[in-house]
Design a protein around this ligand. Structure first.
Ligand SMILES: NC(=O)c1ccc[n+]([C@@H]2O[C@H](COP(=O)([O-])OP(=O)(O)OC[C@H]3O[C@@H](n4cnc5c(N)ncnc54)[C@H](O)[C@@H]3O)[C@@H](O)[C@H]2O)c1
Ligand SMILES: [Fe+2]
Length: 387
């Protein structure tokens, strides 16, 4: 018997090395009657020249492109609102997110906010709260990564430290373009952190408590296979085209999986680390991952054992020993990338752990998906183990 389920994803996915070089033509084919596109990115990517070929081809195909490059990592609310005002005054007809998760998340919100003034952003936080339609939306990731190009989620930082999600089907793009050439220059630490984020999406989607389904399972398994085999090769040689293509595809598959079978305690415990200490999202996940899996093991060992078959080929033994092998392999991979391994290594002090545990409890949207209930004292114990 199969439980009833719903699966949503982008209607069109273009996977093409070098696609950014013919972005103008791709958009012309998809949106023949439109002329003005707003490219949402961050200042570093704009200055780095990474966008140049894409912007040149937009101009060559008659697009009037406005670049909004003030996105910053873990985008705060005011950045979203200012960018929306700029898109509106530029007369944007299409919004194109071109960057990491931060740029794509801001692009999503511009697309729903720019064409209307009835529903403010403050009314959109939560699940299925967006009541308005949006501008045409295209996403092109430059990290592999958040999977934001295929998800219905946008994460905003509220006030000093709280990360909140807008989750609504309107945020699913019309078109996602995967051009691994854009990821060739991603530095090793960012390759590792964003790649581990993608692996966590696959792992948490596969063990999600309520909405796990046969399609999300299939995508999570394939994602984890691609990501676990290619993370270290991509870190060792960033110009390894095959590894970069596999990572980008794996991150998108993981995004499609968790968009329908949501992430859980690893993300809930990662958000306070990013929110309070401004640790990059992928690194925040990596710091708590092994410890959350160990906590979950008593409830999720059967599913973890299935993931161990993918990540540790040839593994044998009981579900418990396969689970240990999975956790051990993930720890080894994290260590091999040389990103920081402990909370104390990223400027967190032991006295900060109780506030993190109490903030993590606010992520009820995520915690309900965890295979084992997490109380505040459990969160504190996990942070203490990760310290
Ligand atoms: N919407 C979702 O479904 C979802 C899922 C997970 C995370 N997120 C959010 O996404 C954000 C994190 O996104 P991210 O990890 O992609 O990082 P990011 O977008 O914040 O970018 C991190 C840094 O990497 C740089 N960078 C990006 N691509 C590069 C490239 N090709 N070459 C060189 N430098 C490059 C950027 O300039 C930036 O300095 C967080 O806000 C997180 O909460 C969203
Ligand atoms: Fe994530």
């Amino acid at each position: 018997m199969t439980n009833a389920f719903r699966f949503q994803t982008v209607p069109t996915l273009v996977v093409e090395f070098g696609a950014a070089r013919r972005l103008g033509a791709l958009l012309r084919a998809q949106f023949p009657t439109l002329h003005t596109v707003c490219v949402v990115t961050d200042g570093f990517l704009h200055k780095s020249g990474l966008l140049k070929p894409a912007l040149a081809d937009l101009a060559a195909h008659g697009w009037n492109a406005t670049v909004i490059d003030d996105v910053i990592a873990d985008p705060p609310e005011h950045i979203v609102l200012e960018a929306t005002a700029r898109a509106r005054s530029a007369g944007a007809e299409i919004v194109l997110g071109l960057g990491g998760g931060s740029s794509m998340d801001v692009a999503k919100l511009i697309a729903v906010l720019a064409p209307q003034q009835e529903q403010p952003l403050s009314d959109m936080y939560g699940v299925n709260k967006v009541t308005v339609s949006r501008l045409p939306l295209v996403q092109m990731p430059t990290t592999a990564g958040t999977g934001s190009e295929v998800t219905a989620v946008s994460i905003v930082t509220i006030g000093e430290a709280k990360k909140m999600g807008v989750v609504a089907p309107q945020l699913i793009a019309d078109l996602a373009i995967l051009d691994a050439e854009l990821t060739l220059g991603l530095p090793v630490a960012a390759t590792a952190a964003t790649g581990i984020d993608a692996m966590v999406h696959a792992i948490e989607a596969y063990t999600s408590a309520h909405l796990k389904n046969p399609i999300s399972d299939m995508l999570a398994i394939k994602a984890l296979d691609l990501l676990s085999r290619n993370l270290l090769p991509a870190c060792e040689d960033g110009s390894n085209r095959g590894a970069r293509e596999a990572m980008l595809l794996g991150a998108t598959f993981a995004g499609q999986a968790f968009a329908n079978s949501p992430v859980a305690a690893v993300h809930a415990l990662a958000y306070p680390i990013g929110g309070i200490y401004h640790v990059p999202h992928g690194l925040s996940n990596a710091l708590v991952l092994p410890h959350v899996l160990r906590f979950n093991a008593e409830s999720a060992a059967t599913l973890y054992a299935e993931l161990a078959d993918v990540v540790v080929p040839g593994v044998t033994g009981s579900a418990e020993s396969k689970t240990n092998a999975l956790i051990g392999k993930l720890e080894q991979m994290i260590a091999a990338t040389a990103i920081p391994a402990r909370l104390r290594d990223v400027g967190i002090e032991r006295e900060g752990l109780p506030r993190m545990a109490s903030d993590a409890m606010l992520q009820t949207r995520l915690l309900v998906n965890n295979p084992r209930p997490v109380a505040e004292e459990d969160a504190l114990a996990i942070y203490t183990a990760a310290f």
